[in-house]
Design a protein around this ligand. Structure first.
Ligand code: ZN
Length: 305
């Protein structure tokens, strides 16, 4: 097997405000931990390429994509929603974030038993078909899924989202898409305050109370999700990998630890191995407290080795 990490310097070259939790130092912390853990010498690191307008439009309304390009100024910034500040550099980074998912899909589809992790920012899972939301401009994982279906004619794409926040954008984009099965676990009630009940066979939700521990999380994942994931028989596994459900991350109030992320890496790798020759692509979403984020990413990747 081989594990490939896609990233790009542009993803570290912007700032959305002093003391903002979604900062470039998140990526630096993960890079440092990859080095000190020794994983740096096991994985392949590759530069991502930027997504094209056409690729963004695989998952977004063309008028929304045009609006973002037209509205973001050359200097200064605008607000695309109450939480999502954008400037020329962050728009550029968003293109590389989305592009990394396309690179990663190509890598795992074209080479046997390959897993990929996209170490990128801004995140994507809150961005809806025609709206930015929650630090997210374009929905990276949805663009990757739509690209995989178009380019490789896939009929069954599994998306798993274990960020502490519900992946409302991914649900919005794929709620009527029979080729996608989207599983999202999230603290509830909590931002973005979406409906905790699924109204589509493509969407599976696991709302979790604040204070949920790793023991309970693993129990529910095993009992409620694993049978459905195997039944779906995915041809590709995509993961919105957010690490803000860690007990040391103040963004949420859940109680997972890096051992739970190690376990998640093992479970998702097993599903990919059993059904689709190990094709597994994970993309960074949230995770804001540097040390637990970095430890959790490394544990999650070790789970795939
Ligand atoms: Zn989050």
């Amino acid at each position: 097997m081989s594990l490939v990490i896609f990233s790009h310097g542009r993803c570290l070259s912007y700032d959305v405000g002093h003391d903002h939790p979604e900062a470039a130092s998140r990526i630096h912390a993960v890079q440092d931990q990859l080095l000190s853990s020794g994983l740096e010498f096991v994985v392949q690191q590759r530069d991502a390429s930027p997504a094209t307008r056409e690729q963004l439009c695989l998952a977004h309304c063309p008028a929304y994509v045009d609006h973002v390009f037209d509205a973001v100024p050359d200097t200064g910034h605008i607000w695309l929603d109450d939480d999502t500040q954008a400037n020329a550099k962050s728009l550029n980074a968003a293109l590389y974030s989305a592009g990394s998912g396309i690179n990663a899909v190509d890598a795992v589809m074209q080479q046997q038993d390959t897993q990929a992790f996209c170490l990128i920012r801004p995140p994507g899972h809150h961005a809806e078909y025609k709206a930015a939301k929650g630090f997210c401009m374009f929905n990276n994982i949805a663009i990757a899924a739509a690209y995989a279906m178009q380019q490789y004619q896939l009929q069954r794409v599994l998306i798993v989202d274990f960020d502490v926040h519900h992946g409302n954008g991914t649900e919005d984009i794929f709620q009527q898409e029979p080729r996608v099965k989207f599983f999202s676990s999230f603290q509830h009630p909590f931002y973005p305050y979406t409906d905790p009940v699924s109204h589509s066979p493509s969407i599976v939700k696991m709302p979790l109370a604040a204070g949920t521990t790793g023991v309970l999380y693993q129990q529910r994942f095993t009992q409620e999700w694993l049978p459905l994931m195997h039944e779906f028989q995915p041809e590709l596994v995509l993961v919105s990998a957010g690490f803000d459900a860690h007990m040391e991350d103040d963004m949420g109030q859940m109680k997972l630890t890096e051992l739970d992320y190690l376990w998640l890496g093992q479970q998702l790798k097993q599903i990919a191995d059993q059904h689709c020759s190990g094709r597994l692509v994970s993309m960074l979403e949230g995770g804001y407290e540097h040390s637990p984020l970095a430890r959790s990413v490394v544990a999650y990747l070790k789970g795939q080795l």
